[in-house]
Design a protein around this ligand. Structure first.
Ligand code: ATP
Ligand code: MG
Length: 376
């Protein structure tokens, strides 16, 4: 048996405490490199998400963990063993597929019980029924056991698929877009349900999603992918506050971007020059040398709007105002920077009131809140 050894730089951890790991795992399909030298450790008991656009290799990464794909090169470890050649049914994992594959000729309860019936020794009939009922309750489908799969809606089928995986109490639960078919409200409820479940069962969850809100709200760590590679991995707040490049800043949360050339660096601060010759200061978000093309990223909630000019404030005109309850979203136009999105909390608009479209205003932000990022 080969132990997980060596360091997994991407995660900043060594093999200790890991339930699974990829080491330089690459998967090619013909000319397509679906996973490109993935190196990543998955910590026992964590909730990890793979986040990225369609086709970036999320499902491929999950399928390599489950054993449905064998890496073209590199290795996959599970629970301390190198498992690249171990078939799926011998791995201590269960996967909920992007296209949930239920048995259409079986009832809901029979679908969920399937894995338990396969167990040797087989549990008592009453014990199986009890566990099926518990799993049904967890996915809010109590009483649906006798139904046929075709009598269930898409969202209900998705929850049956989830219950079928949970009931086996795997060491790792792999979830490929498990909530995609649900409406917004049920989706939110199931997200909370899944988090609770994960804590209660102490199972490691690996979730694939292209929904950043879902990843941010549920995960201990998020692994951002692009073109088969890991771009950055970290806790949600880490990725939001300290993105390594423009791609991550764009993928996690909303941001305003101003392109330019880095002119000077002094400690943690830098100064960029836009194409129109405007100089703007910011905090260095990555190792970039003067002369390089960079992007200044400013989160909409970091920009303040005022009626009176202040030193360093930029004159803008209000293009659009959308009232969103607890805050107001403004689109403002700057002669050189273009359109900027600004989020103003309700409280800040108390006294003076909001701005109307067409009004002039002054936009300002603290230089610390503007991040200078590499463009790639
Ligand atoms: N069996 C296969 N044969 C050939 N190419 C494949 C196969 N599976 C995946 N690919 C390709 O590998 C790349 C990554 O696919 P993958 O399914 O991992 O993406 P994904 O991130 O899960 O995307 P989505 O969000 O659309 O599900 C894509 O370019 C895809 O076309
Ligand atoms: Mg996929």
């Amino acid at each position: 048996m080969q132990r997980i050894t060596g360091s997994f730089e991407t995660s900043g951890r060594d093999g200790e405490g890991l339930i699974a790991a990829f080491r330089a795992a690459t998967k090619r399909f013909g000319d397509v490199v679906a996973a490109d030298a993935l190196t990543l450790g998955i910590v026992r008991g964590e909730f990890l998400s793979f986040l990225g656009p369609s086709g970036c290799g999320k499902t491929t990464a999950l399928r390599m963990l489950a054993g449905f794909e064998t890496p073209t090169s590199g290795e996959v470890f599970l629970d301390g063993e190198e498992v690249s050649a171990v078939p799926p049914y011998r791995r201590p994992v269960n996967m909920v597929f992007q296209h949930y594959a239920l048995f259409p000729h079986l009832t809901v309860a029979q679908n969920i019980a399937y894995g338990l019936w396969q167990r040797r020794p087989r549990p008592e009939r009453a014990e199986i029924a009890r566990q099926v009922d518990r799993a049904l309750a967890m996915v809010r489908l109590s009483g649906f056991g006798p139904r046929r799969i075709w009598e269930m809606s898409g969202g209900q089928q998705q929850r049956v698929a989830l219950a079928r995986a949970i009931v086996n109490e795997p060491k790792i639960l792999l979830l490929d877009e498990p909530l995609a078919a649900l409406d917004r409200k049920l989706r939110r409820e199931m997200q909370i349900e899944l988090q609770t479940l994960q804590r209660e069962l102490g199972i490691t969850f690996v979730l694939v999603t292209h929904d950043q809100e879902e990843a941010l709200s549920m995960s201990d760590r998020i692994c951002i992918m692009r073109g088969g590679r890991i771009v950055q991995i970290g806790a949600p707040a880490d990725l939001y506050d300290r993105p390594h490049n423009r791609y991550v800043a764009d993928f996690v949360g909303k941001s305003n971007f101003v392109d330019g050339v880095l002119r000077e660096v002094s400690g943690a601060l830098g100064r960029i020059e836009t194409a129109q010759g405007l100089g703007l200061g910011g905090r260095m978000g990555g190792p970039v040398a003067p002369g390089a093309r960079v992007t200044l990223s400013i989160r909409p909630e970091q920009i303040g709007l005022a009626r009176a000019a202040q030193p360093g404030a930029e004159p803008v005109s209000v293009v659009n105002r959308i009232f969103l309850g607890e805050h107001t979203e403004y689109l403002v136009r700057h002669a050189q920077l273009g359109d900027l999105l600004v989020l103003v909390p309700r409280q800040a608009e108390a006294g003076a009131g909001g701005f109307a479209p067409g009004e002039s205003a002054f936009a300002s932000w603290h230089p610390d809140a503007a991040l200078i990022l590499p463009q790639d």
